[in-house]
Design a protein around this ligand. Structure first.
Ligand code: F6R
Length: 611
């Protein structure tokens, strides 16, 4: 979704802002723009990529030590030059960029039109900007005060950066529900939607909170709340290196991130899973163990891939902890007025920690007294901060739009949580606990084994890349893996794919089966194995093409399937951590075979910060 970058200091702002926008390209966008303060206000914007904007600015005067830049993911109004940000206010003095949605923009726009304002775009951002200008003129107040008044009137979410040609020494920023990070340099400040544009300049950052306004000068950062009271900026040290956000020799971020999984899963387990002591140390759980032991139910919320991780965790928690688990799409949970009782435990799962649907769902559950536990990848993100406690997944920055290493990080963290709670609760006996702790510890090595040679998966992907539809089937712990495989293929290769529990096939989807339909079975050796073998036979009897993910050495599946991708043997509770890897690779290679932009699939955004 929209990316925001700002710079104020001793450097030339334009290259810093452009480089920052490129670092944010992974979020998904359709146009880009910059505004510079350079003896007046200079604005350049363009539909398309940041490179198109650069081309459009060739030969122009791009000097100035203050700049703001934006990549836009269209919400109000089509992608076009005129709808791109920054927008300029009617008197030409203010420029603003915005990430989020102003819900009551229509009524404010009408008010402004009645006051003689004209609009040059279809955006809600231009309405907010002129609203600020109107307040400033009518109240004869400072820009900061006008902004404060405006923000109290608007409904919606925002991260905004605002500059005024009459004050070339200040950027004013504000946030509610949409992230903003400020990097602290020596005599300079960097502002951005996430830390990736900042990391090469400084590791000291301040995460701005909701309802805060930042007044940013080259050598000063003042934070205030909407009541004009000063807030103390809390400086955090980034635990991230530049190499984490660069491709490091891989063709795509997605491939790099798939191959990073032995390390990222290990990083998630490191210091927590201690097989030599048969122990799991997770401070978030240890400090709140009573909430889990007393919970009469757990509700897991998330979206997309994170929702799939929740579905797998539902099976694991119910098996090991004997606590009823409900899994909810965050967007539905929020709006259907769910029953939430005090003492319910809500586990929120999110890579970015900024997904608007998940965030709003949690806010309302928190208001109703639920205990919120976040399983989040992005350190310091909104969901992490809103949660009462949590466990970071430690997968590192995920740049490819399609989630891969974040998913296995979520599974590793959730599995550890279930093991720990089940053992404490006594629903998981010592012997099984010890066995599962060791199995989980062995996962990074087993993932490494799968990744040793992926050429056969590439060939399978190339063989089926021209198919128009795919079915993905699995049972038990592997059923959500089938859903994840289908989602990945859709996102990356634009091939229509459906995921189902294998037994559901007979209740409808089997009507689709014919010679041209590839059916992917996630059929590792588990307690559902005999049943899924029967399902494979049903597809073969109807001449469907079977691609199987199977356990190494499985002769039976090998003989039945047209193509097989093997994974090492493991306990069924651990299986999703392995069986998903060939499916990630299958969709990656299918996307590459179709010459698609696998890191930035069309219409998708990395961090979905609007509801
Ligand atoms: C799919 C994907 C999305 C996200 C979803 C939730 O590959 O990445 O489905 O999983 O948008 O995002 P987070 O986990 O950031 O809340």
């Amino acid at each position: 979704m929209c990316g925001i970058v700002g710079y104020i200091g001793h450097r030339n702002a334009y290259p810093v802002v452009i480089k920052g926008l490129k670092r944010l390209e992974y979020r998904g966008y359709d146009s880009a723009g910059v505004a510079l303060l350079n003896g007046g206000l200079k604005v350049h914007k363009k539909k398309g990529k940041v490179a198109d904007l650069e081309e459009a600015t060739l030969g122009k005067n791009l000097d100035g030590n203050v700049g703001i830049g934006h990549t836009r993911w269209a919400t109000h109004g089509e992608p076009s030059d005129r709808n791109s940000h920054p927008h300029v206010s009617n008197n030409g003095e203010l420029a603003m960029i915005h990430n989020g949605i102003i819900e009551n923009y229509a009524s404010i726009k009408q008010e402004l039109i009645n006051n003689g304002y004209q609009f040059h775009s279809d955006t809600d951002t231009e309405v907010l900007l002129n609203f600020i200008e109107d307040i400033k003129i009518n109240n004869q107040c400072t820009l900061e005060e006008a902004l404060r008044i405006a923000l109290r009137r608007i409904v919606g979410a925002y991260c905004i950066l605002l500059i005024d040609q009459n004050d070339p020494e200040t950027i004013i920023a504000a946030r509610k529900g949409s992230p903003l990070v400020i990097g602290i340099g020596k005599g300079e400040h960097f502002l951005a939607s996430d830390a990736s544009p900042i990391i090469e300049y400084t590791k000291e950052v301040v995460y701005v909170n909701d309802y805060e306004i930042a007044i940013v000068k080259a050598d000063e950062l003042i934070l205030k709340n909407l009541g004009n009271e000063k807030q103390t900026p809390f400086i955090t040290k980034l635990d991230m290196e530049l190499a984490h956000i660069e491709k490091g020799g891989y063709d795509h971020f997605m491939l790099k991130e798939i191959f990073e999984q032995p390390q990222t899963i290990y990083d998630c387990l490191r210091g927590r899973l201690l097989p030599e002591h048969d122990e799991i140390v997770m401070r978030g759980i240890d400090n709140h163990i009573d909430s889990f032991l007393k919970a009469s139910r757990i509700v897991m919320v998330g979206c997309g891939t994170s929702w799939h991780a929740a579905l797998i965790a539902e099976y694991i928690f119910e098996e090991l902890c004997r606590i009823p688990v409900e899994v909810e799409y965050a967007s539905e949970f929020r709006y259907r007025n769910p029953v939430i009782n005090e003492g319910d435990v809500i586990i929120a799962i999110s890579q970015s920690g900024e997904t608007a649907d998940t965030l709003v769902a949690l806010e309302s559950a928190k208001e109703k007294g639920a205990f919120i536990f976040g399983v989040v990848n992005a350190v310091g993100s909104s969901i992490a901060r809103l949660s009462h406690a949590g466990a970071y997944t430690h997968a590192g920055p995920e740049i490819g739009v399609a989630s891969t290493k974040a998913f296995t990080g979520q599974l590793a963290a959730l599995t550890m949580m279930a093991l720990k709670i089940g053992y404490k609760k006594g629903t998981l006996n010592q012997e099984r606990y010890t066995q599962l702790v060791r199995e989980l510890y062995a996962v990074p090595e087993k993932v490494k084994e799968i990744l040793t040679d992926t050429s056969h998966i590439k060939k399978i992907a190339e063989k089926y890349a021209s198919a128009s539809d795919f079915l993905f089937l699995g049972r038990g712990y592997n059923f959500p893996v089938a859903l994840e495989g289908a989602l990945k293929l859709k996102e990356i290769s634009y091939i229509h794919a459906e995921g189902y529990p294998a037994a559901e096939m007979k209740h409808g989807p089997i009507a689709l089966v014919e010679e041209t339909l590839p059916v992917v079975f996630v059929a590792t050796h588990d307690s559902y194995y005999e049943k899924i073998v029967s399902n494979v036979q049903e597809i073969k009897a109807r001449k469907g093409k079977v691609i199987a993910v199977a356990t190494e050495g499985d002769q039976q599946i090998s003989h039945m399937a047209d193509d097989v991708m093997f994974v090492p043997a493991c306990d069924e509770i651990i299986a999703p951590l392995l069986s998903v890897i060939p499916l990630q690779l299958l969709s990656y290679y299918a996307g590459v075979a179709k010459e698609l932009d696998v890191d930035k699939p069309r219409n998708l955004a990395k961090s979905v910060t609007v509801e």
